[in-house]
Unconditional design. Structure first.
Length: 332
């Protein structure tokens, strides 16, 4: 009996940590959107790359511009490797600029990785009379650009572009989502929008192919393979300050728009296991086939790369941070 107990105890001691457990992915967005789609796909495949093959489920926790989920992951969630966060990476800027509701330090999260680096672009309705970036820069009347609210990429991108490359635009903010902006553009209520190309092509593919909507600008330092002839904002940035503002206000937030992370204090062993499993999952043939069928792209960053981008935000010079704050939120 004693020998049997010893063998049983040893077997339990050697069981993989994740065996018999369930991992929760807490998503700061509502069901049905892009964040939810990526997270549910990851949940279907992640467990097979972790020792013990745990179950994985998704819990949506929207509200307060991501802050409910982010603060929960920072303040409440146990750092045991069983709760993964997925929220809009732009909240890092919210912390940097000391916005209301921030109750976390992004530098203390344990970053797992990003499945897709978003590639911001601007699309305009043919009825605007503007078909190229040069025409837009020279326009005498500001174009109306739709946005979803303060802190959103659809608001931040046009604000930074107007300040750095002189785009004449009027931001019309407050739409519930990009689908509402699309309807507003089609009705002539606004002239267009600036957000992720990955979303634009899914939303406006037929109109882009027909020429009803024109992609006039890319807001990343290099061209997307699908937009080889569309001008880059960087080309029109005339000063070093403008280039730095584009980097910190558009390029870096876009790269980490869709991050996955763990609460502060999660054991390094759990972090490394989940980073490895994440990278293996986004290379999985079945996962990639599922993404292709859904029209979702994969262009990943590792956890180390995300960590470096987050760290770089907090090394920005104070005058640049103040300028960024003024551009995005106006004088306080």
């Amino acid at each position: 009996m004693g020998l049997c107990s010893l063998v049983t105890s040893k077997a339990f001691a050697q069981a993989p940590y994740f065996q018999g457990k369930t991992i929760r992915i807490v998503v700061s967005q509502s069901p049905g959107g892009g964040f939810d789609a990526y997270s549910r796909a990851l949940a279907r495949h992640l467990g097979k790359y972790l020792p013990g093959n745990p179950a994985t489920l998704v819990q949506n926790m929207p509200g307060a511009g991501n802050m409910i989920a982010v603060n929960y992951l920072y303040r409440v969630a146990k750092p045991d490797g069983l709760t993964i966060g997925n929220f809009v990476g732009g909240v890092v800027l919210e912390q940097l600029l000391a916005r209301k509701g921030v109750d976390f330090d992004a530098r203390r999260f344990e970053w797992i990785g990003v499945p897709i680096k978003y590639h911001p672009a601007c699309v305009l309705n043919k009825s605007s009379g503007v078909a190229t970036l040069s025409q837009w820069v020279a326009a005498k009347t500001p174009l109306k650009i739709g946005g979803t609210g303060p802190g959103s990429t659809s608001d931040q991108i046009p604000r930074v572009l107007a300040a750095t490359i002189g785009l004449p635009l009027q931001l019309v903010s407050g739409y519930k989502g990009t689908a509402d902006i699309r309807l507003a553009a089609e009705s002539g209520e606004v002239d267009g929008a600036c957000f992720a190309w990955q979303s634009i092509k899914a939303t406006w593919r037929k109109d882009i192919e027909s020429g009803q909507m024109n992609v006039v600008l890319q807001a990343m330092p290099t061209a997307h393979p699908e937009l080889p002839n569309t001008p880059l904002a960087t080309t029109f940035a005339r000063t070093e300050e403008a280039k730095k503002l584009l980097q910190s206000g558009v390029y870096d937030p876009a790269a980490i728009t869709l991050p996955y992370m763990l609460p502060p204090g999660t054991p390094k062993e759990r972090l490394q296991e989940l980073r490895r499993a994440f990278q293996e999952t986004i290379q999985d043939k079945e996962f990639l086939a599922e993404m292709a069928k859904a029209g979702l792209d994969i262009d990943p960053l590792t956890g180390e790369q995300v960590e470096r981008i987050v760290r770089d935000f907090f090394s920005l010079e104070k005058p640049l941070v103040a300028k960024l704050d003024e551009i995005l939120y106006g004088a306080r």
